[in-house]
Design a protein around this ligand. Structure first.
Ligand SMILES: [Zn+2]
Length: 342
């Protein structure tokens, strides 16, 4: 190999091995499909211009010295460290990736502690959340988390810069190339802001609640009914994933429920109270319940998670099980494990 492609000598062996692994993965996904059996398209040739990252599969803690990082075959490189590596963890891999505004390095750490569900999970500290466009989320007990202003501003700016780009028709022009970079940088910035916001909100929720019910975003056919949501922002899925991961680490539970009809049903008396997208208020003519539309939806979410009649048959639901478990004297840990495995 080295005779034919002498430039490979300049690349660290682990990095090359990882490339082979990536190609293998691409073919596996094409031929066998992923864990859910979903197959990807036929792998294409990927020239050097289409590689945006490479991986050191066995990085070491001592690669970072002060504000520099030592990378095999690349040497010492200046580094802006966003946060110090936590004590007592071993660095496993380092991924170098190229983004619109520079090069990034991501270390993954080995954490040997096994997350366990808190045996004393407090079911009273449960909440339902409704993800939306007006507010980012609304909880069943009336907390409104707005979409941050800076995020909206950045998106407006992005739209503006994208319009400018559309006007630059000459594909070979330098000005256009410059504008492409500008748009890409803004995209990267927004993605980072969103991620940070998601983490912040997840932490905020988990500090207050131990069981969080949310709409299950993976239900097929949902896209049609909730198109307005999915079109505007694909961020909910990422948020739920972040929340679920953090919850597991904190020993809390997140439960996805079928969201169909949660806006239309009265969370108090289960009556059907039709609303259009612009109706922001739930006003029940049957039981007289008056509250915010999204709050009502959040309450329904929580009700479904608790196994209210409209949801799964009694006893099937994890939270209900959890309740039973407590009276039976089973450990919560064991039940929770089965829940996450299923
Ligand atoms: Zn009602």
């Amino acid at each position: 190999m080295y005779q034919e492609r002498s430039w490979y000598k300049e690349i660290y062996s682990q990095v090359l091995q990882d490339m082979v692994r990536r190609v293998g993965l691409a073919f596996d996904r094409y031929l066998k499909g992923d864990s859910q059996g979903k197959r990807s398209g036929k792998p294409r040739f990927k020239g050097k211009g289409r590689y945006h990252s490479f991986t050191y599969t066995q990085a070491e803690n001592d690669w970072i010295v002060g504000n520099r990082v030592n990378l095999p075959k690349l040497g010492t490189i200046k580094l802006i460290q966003h946060r110090p590596l936590p004590e007592g963890f071993d660095v496993k891999t380092a991924i170098i990736s190229k983004k619109a505004d520079g090069w990034y390095i991501t270390f993954s750490l080995l954490d040997e502690s096994v997350p366990t569900i808190n045996p004393d999970i407090d079911i009273e500290k449960s909440v339902g959340i409704d993800l939306g466009l007006k507010d980012f989320l609304v909880t069943s007990d009336g907390l409104h988390v707005p979409i941050p202003q800076y995020y909206r501003k950045a998106q407006k700016r992005l739209a503006k810069e994208q319009r400018k780009l559309a006007h630059k028709k000459n594909k070979a022009s330098k000005r256009r190339a410059k504008q492409v970079r500008k748009v890409a940088k803004l995209h990267a910035k927004i993605a980072r802001q969103r991620k940070e916001f998601h983490h912040k909100i997840a932490v905020l929720l988990l500090r207050k609640y131990e069981v969080i019910a949310h709409e299950n975003l993976n239900i097929k056919g949902l896209a049609r009914t909730r198109l307005a949501k999915s079109v505007h922002d694909a961020g909910w899925g990422t948020f739920i994933t972040i929340l679920a991961n953090k919850a597991e680490r904190a020993g809390c539970l997140t439960i996805g429920v079928n969201p169909s009809g949660t806006t239309q049903i009265c969370s108090d008396c289960d009556a059907h109270v039709p609303k259009t997208l612009i109706d922001r208020w739930h006003s029940c003519p049957y039981c007289g319940l008056e509250l915010d539309r999204d709050e009502n939806s959040g309450r329904n979410m929580l009700k479904r998670a608790e196994g209210a009649p409209q949801e799964a048959p009694l006893g099937c639901h994890p939270v209900l099980k959890a309740r039973r478990v407590r009276s039976d004297g089973w450990t919560m840990k064991r039940e929770a494990r089965t829940q996450s495995a299923g």
